[in-house]
Design a protein around this ligand. Sequence first.
Ligand code: PHE
Length: 535
Amino acid sequence: MAQPQSGPGTSRRSFLRNVGLTGGAGTMLATMGALGLAPTAEAAQREQPFRAPQPGDFTLTGRGAAKVVIVGGGIAGLASAYELGKAGYDCTVLEARGRTGGRNFTVRGGDATTDLHGTTQTARFSDGQYMNCGPARIPQWMITLDYCRELGVPIEVFTNVNADAYLFNESAGMKKPVRYRTAKADVYGYVSELLAKATDKGALDKELTATDRERLVEFLKDWGELGDKLTYEGGERRGYTTVPAAAGTPGVLLGDVPSASDVLASGVGRYFSFEFGFDQAMLMFQPVGGMDQIPRALTRAIGEHRIRTGAVVSKITDKGSGVSVTYTQGGRTKVIDADYCVGALPPNILARIPHNLGSGVQSALEAITPSSAAKIGLEYRSRWWELDHHIYGGITETDQDVTHIWHPSYGFHGARGVMIGYYNYGGDADSYAELTPKEREKRAVAAGVKIYGEKYRTELASSFSHHWRQTPHLEAAWHNTPGGPDDVRYKSLNEPTGRVYFAGDWLSYTDAWQHGAFTSARKAVTALHTRVLSA
Ligand code: PHE
């Protein structure tokens, strides 16, 4: 696999490049300008301040809050209802599944799913154990954390990078895994050595002054732990076979420093840039007790009575003076009328719902395509990765079809724990989806045994696998939005068509993050509220 690290971020980087080119400040700026929140275009580009609708907004205008039907009870839909609710809007959320949260989905013992193949799984995790099937990590800069604060959802550190987790590239001939710290010491060491020697031999004389070169070599000696002859010979950064302890036990360094050529051939260096990513850099966070604490808190704040679950939308009709949404619930077809509608379903699902919003909306929805991702949770009878490997949280990266193996960032030193045995995307996720849950477990365990040894199999208590493309009413882990969300072909989704507004991470520059859903919902809410205030 060429880029085991890459998820949806790859395309997002090109979107970001394009923003500068197309100057896509869009509707947000216009609506914020209308509210007097965006004094200059520059300020709006720099950051997009959000002011939640408030009851007081209506006092001088003589206008009242409107009735809004929100299609989809995922993060974007819930956030829309939550924010509009602050100003007294009469919101109703229609959610097709039995619970809110959308792709924010945490599985605990007793939870059951039925996928599109008709396969039902019931999780057998023990008390206190869970797996986040969807979102599982939150960077500090994302507004998801602001919502956690506001809603009183406690958070804890999610360990995204761990020096003691493993790297394993079997296709490069590795017979056993190497610790991150060892791989980093070797890669940084040799790269530093080569650059320092090249500098010394005059290779950079044209680029750098003598002082620059001196400073560069100084840096490389420190960065690569080089000796006086500017050579890398290993060192304590690689780790020990016996760790330093009391007097008499100075420690035994990990032996067998590989050659530069072997280190380059192992390909381990490809994993290091992950932690530099703007959206993946430590520290990262997770809600205590499962990611679904966020939709649960939103659901409570909105009010359960405003949310209809098991409500499958079958038609959206803009009547000019209002919106009519048809849905079935408990075998009965119902219609709800409102002043406005927020369409907060995934685009691949919305595209299948009959509507009268025009062909522009339809072709925009169809241009956005769904992507696959999957996870398997493996519950173990012991936390052997802590006991035997001294790994507390973090991710092991592999060239196997399981791609990422996650150690739990909660329940340290507990009796049991749930590892994520695969978190994979695209074709890898699809190939596991074709298997039965038992076969998935078998294949994932076989890959893990190569890295961790037999306990990966013998300590296993139960497993639960989840595949987003095969999940009813969602059918996607995230989406590919060609050209980025501000591309002109999505104009009818970004600038509401009639009385229907759209919201979702797929209409943001942070697809596959709750931040995208929250910011997109805020944008829709701001536009809707501005319109109601001036209608
Ligand atoms: N947010 C998801 C994750 O962190 C999906 C994603 C992966 C998004 C990689 C960007 C980059 O796993």
